[in-house]
Structures are given as C-alpha cells and as structure tokens.
Design a protein around this ligand. Structure first.
Ligand code: MLT
Length: 261
C-alpha cells in the first residue's frame, strides 16, 4: 500500500494483525531488511514496514531532516492505530528517528527496540564526511558510495549472493534522496540527553561484528536507559535482522512476548 505523509508518499507493507509495530530501516537501505522479522512476529502483533522517504519505493524529499522522518513514522502509525500507542523498532538511522519520536511523542510509544544505532550528534569530521557524500552522490551517482559502504555494513563472512541482493536494494536510492538523507544525518540532534529519559520497555540490540556502531557503544546506550534490556547477536555486523534473521527474531520475539499487558 501507499501512505500519504508530510514528505510525499511512502511504500508500506502490513503483515498480520494486533498491536502495531513500526519497523524503521537504516540508511541507505529499504524496508525489505525487516521482512523476515515482520513475518515471524508472535501472534497478536502487526508488523508495519514502510520505506522511509528517499528510500526504496517511497518518494524523494529534499531537503529533509530527522524530525520529518519521525513525523512521517507517526503518520504511518496513525493509519493503522489512530491516536494509539505503537511499538517502534529502529536500526541505525531508524534508531536515531526513534530517539526523536521519544523526545516529542513519548505518549505514543508503547515500547522501543533500538538496534545498531547511535545517540550522539554528528561530530565536525562526520559533518564534513556527510557533506562530501552528498556532493559525491549528486556528482557521480550513488554506486561509489554504496560500494564503499558495503564492507562496513555486513560482517566479513556474509554470503556473497545475499550481499548482491542488498547491494541492489541500496542502489535503488536516488542521488537526490541519498544526498538529502546524508545531510539530515549530519544535522541530527544530540540524543544523549534524551536517552536517560526513556521510560518505556526498551530492548537494545547490537551485532558482535558491527564496524559502524560497536557493541560497546550500544551497551553504553543500554546502561543509560533504566530497566532496558541488551542483546548482542553473534556473527552479525551492522544489520543483524538481515545477517542473522533467526537469532534476531528470537531476541525480538522474546522481548515482545514479555511486554507488560
Ligand atoms: C544506517 O545504517 O542508518 C547508517 O549506517 C547510519 C549512518 O550512516 O550513521
């Protein structure tokens, strides 16, 4: 289905029925990365899997910022559960969007799952890097950027045929979309003041071989969220739901089935 949002129109899949779970993917990939997890939820949950603006089959918006992405995710929740609470799962940039949702809409959040993400604002060297990425995308297209990212995204042993699939998914990002999203990441807020204010049930997930957001940095986020839980997925890099889908779903589903009524 397609969902009209402030940024344009989002491609979105809905799987199952019950409590809504919004799955928010990372940069620059698509909602496809969540399909295994969304298809293997326990009974009583609905997996809602949008492509973010500027990604996959959704429309492009430039400029855009992290708050725009967050507002669009709330609009998606409102399509399925108007005014109600949802569970939000975000990976990397998706987690950054979750922090913004918690900052502005805590009453709409029943639980959070924060995967392979970061809470810091972009440091000066990162801002320069992300601006360079944006310029490069507009000048040379997205392929050189995707090729440079791939070895960092997936753990070294990741299957080559599956890697080829995810390369294609990442290459579906338009130059304008990739550039605008890179600049959105560059201007993101510092979420460290937000992290200790999180009071909903929260699971923090890391990949033991993540070269982008280290397990130690995820453990630090977990320690700052009172009562949160922490899981490290073995043999996984930056995208555990793709690299180790069975172990990821087991960790996610254990958390979901133990949520307080
Ligand atoms: C992501 O997966 O969303 C990206 O790695 C985020 C980033 O570039 O920091």
């Amino acid at each position: 289905m397609r969902i009209p949002v402030q940024s344009g129109e989002l491609a979105c899949q809905s799987i199952g029925s019950g409590q809504p779970i919004i799955f928010i993917h990372g940069f620059p990939i698509t909602g496809l990365m969540w399909l295994h997890a969304a298809r293997h939820l326990p009974p009583g949950f609905r997996g809602i899997v949008p492509d973010l603006p500027n990604h996959g089959a959704s429309t492009t918006r430039s400029p855009i910022d992290i708050r725009d992405f967050a507002d669009d995710m709330l609009t998606v929740l409102d399509v399925f559960a108007p005014g109600e609470q949802g569970i939000f799962i975000g990976l990397s940039m998706g987690g950054i969007i979750c922090f913004d949702l918690w900052r502005r809409y805590p009453g709409r959040i029943r639980a959070l799952v924060l995967c392979n993400t970061r809470a810091n604002a972009e440091p000066p060297e990162g801002i320069a890097y992300r601006r360079a990425i944006a310029d490069s995308a507009m000048r040379d297209g997205v392929a050189p950027i995707v090729e440079a990212m791939l070895p960092k995204v997936f753990a070294p042993g990741f299957d080559q045929a599956r890697l080829a699939f995810w390369r294609t998914a990442m290459l579906s990002t338009t130059p304008t979309g990739l550039a605008a999203t890179s600049l959105a990441l560059a201007s993101r807020a510092d979420s460290f003041p937000t992290v200790p204010t999180i009071t909903c049930p929260t699971l923090v997930i890391a990949g033991d071989q993540d070269a982008i957001t280290s397990p130690d940095s995820l453990h630090d986020i977990h320690q700052r969220i009172p009562g949160s839980r922490f899981t490290v997925i073995p043999d996984a890099g930056h995208v555990p739901p793709v690299e180790q889908p069975v172990a990821f779903s087991a960790a996610l589903n254990e958390f979901l089935t133990k949520l307080p009524a």
